[in-house]
Design a protein around this ligand. Structure first.
Ligand SMILES: [Zn+2]
Ligand SMILES: [Zn+2]
Length: 214
């Protein structure tokens, strides 16, 4: 497995290209905007884009999903259906956050815990991690010990829970009971900011460090 981060939108959201070394089959995770920049990277890397994967329904993560899926002719997979209300109010979200107008859409397929997504010889496991949004999911590659966690967890911080249907307790539960069991050595790509490992956050993160739950 290989991946490359492409920061997109005024929010510098960490859109990622993930691909299978052997087949060059690729997916784009959270194309929040800047479709042309994403397509330039796809070309440069010589990979074959097969899927759009979404962690949750916020505009900075999904703003270019529909355009990209139609342009390339590929399905949109994820998030969990509990985020459908976010995808339905994308026009309002784009206005509210000052993004280019974005039409509401429904993905080709919603995901739940236990589902998998394949890319060539690569398998991504799906974990439902509600809290920041009720339908937030995480993509995990066990073979390369890497997770795409969207806005669940950041280096030194955690996702906001001041949105409609956010839930702080659910978020803490998702991080400590769903993500931590994957292993301290898991490297994660957050929706914003630098990559880190679960072990680093368990040691240092002021919101979810192990010592807070002693
Ligand atoms: Zn978000
Ligand atoms: Zn975000």
């Amino acid at each position: 497995m290989k991946y490359q981060i492409i920061p997109v939108t005024p929010f510098q959201q960490n859109c990622s290209l993930i691909w299978c070394d052997k087949t060059k089959a690729a997916a784009v995770v959270d194309p929040g905007g800047d479709m042309d920049r994403i397509l330039v990277e796809v070309d440069k890397l010589g990979v074959k884009l097969e899927k759009v994967l979404l962690t949750h329904g916020h505009i900075d993560h999904v703003g270019a999903a529909k355009k990209l899926s139609e342009h390339v002719g590929i399905p949109i997979i994820g998030p969990h259906k509990a985020d459908s209300f976010w995808l339905e109010n994308l026009a309002e979200q784009s206005k509210h956050f000052g993004f280019v107008h974005c039409e509401p859409f429904a993905p080709t397929q919603y995901l739940e815990s236990g589902d998998t997504v394949t890319l060539g010889s690569l398998t991504l496991e799906v974990l439902h991690c509600p809290g920041h949004t009720p339908g937030h999911i995480v993509f995990f590659s066990a073979s390369s010990c890497t997770a795409w966690v969207g806005d669940v967890l950041f280096h030194g911080s955690i996702g906001r829970t001041d949105f409609p249907q956010s839930n702080h307790q659910d978020l803490i539960h998702s991080i400590t009971k769903t993500l931590w069991p994957l292993g301290r050595n898991v490297e994660f790509i957050p929706g914003h900011g630098p990559i880190s490992t679960f072990g680093t956050e368990r040691d240092q993160n002021p919101f979810v460090a192990d010592q807070l739950f002693g």
